[in-house]
Ligand binder design. Sequence first.
Ligand code: NCD
Length: 305
Amino acid sequence: MQNLLDLESLSTPDIENLLDLSQNMVEILDRPIKKVPTLRGKAVVNLFFEPSTRTRNSFELAAKYLSADVINVQKSGSSVEKGETLWDTARNLSEMAVDGVIVRHRVSGVPQQLADILDIPVINAGDGSHEHPTQGLLDALSIIQAKGSLRDLKVAIVGDVLHSRVARSDIWVFLALGARIVLVGPPWLLPESYEEIGVEITTDLRQALVDADVIQVLRLQQERQNSKELPSLWEYHLRWGITRQTLSWAKPDAIVLHPGPQNRGVEIDSDILDGSRSWILRQVRNGVAVRMAVLFRLLGGGLDE
Ligand code: NCD
């Protein structure tokens, strides 16, 4: 593995290996002193050209817990605002002897293009509607912790699948690990092409949730939508919102995931988000562990302390 650009092209053993390593990292996070010297002397750049709270900060903390140095570059305040291309920015930063680049961008394919011109590892932290591989891995890790494995589980992915890079990464990793996937939401937000790879698609929330073991709830990505696509938010909530009533259609031990950020009262009600079936904050913690595992795999170093 030289880069982490997507989950579609990762082999199942590579995925399993990263998830095992992530579980080891969870144990490091549970220690009173979390810093290990694994990546001491290495430096990474966090290049975030789209808003982010969880992903950016958890990459930064993951690098710091492994003793790497981190610099953060955002569009605002960088030379991109003066007309410099992203490629030139990245080339110049990599010339400062950094060992890896983490990139988030609104355009799909940007991480791949950076990997083509840089000779250091590139990690995709979310590109357009394409993929968000570390989110897919942390979702899989959370499900494995809750259920033991993904094999034969029914996973419902609810909402704006069309614009969701999270859904795309989830689909590849959940399928690789043997889950059954149902996509559900408004018809104009469901890409039909997934039926070809064995994913079920429905607009009927009840049908998707009956017998579900896991419900991954997505935000309506209004920044990527054409305004004509949007139903009113109350109408969306009424038909596809996860509420106490709609959750009762799933298995009694079904867990609820959400990649964040959440719009309370739209795609999910507060009492579910904050309730006992929600694994949402565990996802956030697992995100740090997964990013530690990815940095460790790509930037080398031993697990010695
Ligand atoms: C997601 C993203 O940016 O793709 N959030 C995240 O990284 N946890 C999902 C979203 O923005 O809705």
